[in-house]
Design a protein around this ligand. Structure first.
Ligand code: NAP
Length: 231
């Protein structure tokens, strides 16, 4: 498969590296490849600049639109506050008919820490993306855990859960197959229904952030006990 991974932060890098290791053709998307490669200081989270990572992961970097145009499937791993802008730059025509895997969170850092959520309650980033790009088949998934867990679920012993939601059944099936190829047992995947379920999975973030503070690390995830019995 040909993937566009939109996002040069730690989530985009981690997902791009995994997809590439699985043998997929991957292009990473950014606003301006030249300026992204020219950055020489760590990002706000202390991650090394993109160019440092790129030295050991020579995955093609292109503009959001170029990366998306060549892809069969697109991953949105951009900052929630910039996702609509990033996908607009990617181009609605380039997203038409494609599965759009949305791992972004609607975190709003404008009032400092801890971030709030925007949108929230009666809307979600997943829904905003689906409304703005009706031709894309948006599947929200993987946003409820650290990116290292997304691509290596066996970092955590025992069963734990990954949610999917979206309006297109075929797209959710394709994403579930991708998750299984990454190493997620099919029994770990819970389909929460249409894209409005993204309200719930995005609202998990305040709890996730408090758990991070309480546990002091990010190697944890949610496990829904009894999911199979209930289904
Ligand atoms: P991030 O700093 O949240 O996002 C970086 C990416 O967002 C860059 O590619 C940047 O573009 C793009 N971006 C920022 N503002 C933009 C704007 N106004 N217009 C267009 N693009 C914009 O990095 P991250 O930590 O890797 O997280 C990416 C997403 O994944 C977030 O939504 C986050 O909530 C979600 N997520 C992350 C993790 C994790 O472990 N980090 C876990 C779960 C979910 P440039 O490349 O041009 O700079």
């Amino acid at each position: 498969m040909r993937y566009a991974v939109l996002g040069t932060g730690i989530a985009g890098r981690t997902i791009a590296a995994k997809l590439s290791a699985l043998g997929h053709e991957v292009v990473v998307g950014t606003r301006d490849p030249e300026s992204t490669l020219a950055r020489s200081t760590p990002d706000a989270m202390g991650n090394p600049p993109f160019a440092t990572w790129h030295e050991t992961h020579p995955i093609r970097l292109a503009s959001f639109s170029e990366a998306t145009a060549q892809a069969d499937t697109v991953v949105n791993a951009t900052a929630g506050a910039g996702s609509i802008q990033a996908l607009t730059a990617a181009g609605a025509e380039n997203l038409d008919g494609k599965v759009l895997i949305d791992v972004a969170n609607a975190l709003d850092f404008s009032a400092g820490m801890p971030p709030t959520l925007s949108p929230v309650n009666t809307d979600s980033l997943g829904e905003q993306i689906q409304r703005t790009f009706p031709g894309a088949k948006v599947v929200k998934t993987l946003n409820t855990m650290n990116s290292q867990i997304m691509v290596a679920p066996d970092r955590i012993a025992g069963p734990h859960t990954v949610f999917v939601c979206g309006n297109d059944t075929g797209a959710k099936k394709a994403v579930t197959e991708l998750l299984v190829s990454i190493g997620w047992p099919e029994s770990a995947v819970i389909d929460l229904g249409d894209i409005t379920a993204a309200r719930g999975t995005e609202m998990v973030l305040p709890v996730w952030l408090r758990l991070y503070g309480a546990l002091g690390h990010t190697d944890f995830n949610f496990h829904i006990q009894g999911a199979r019995a209930a289904g």
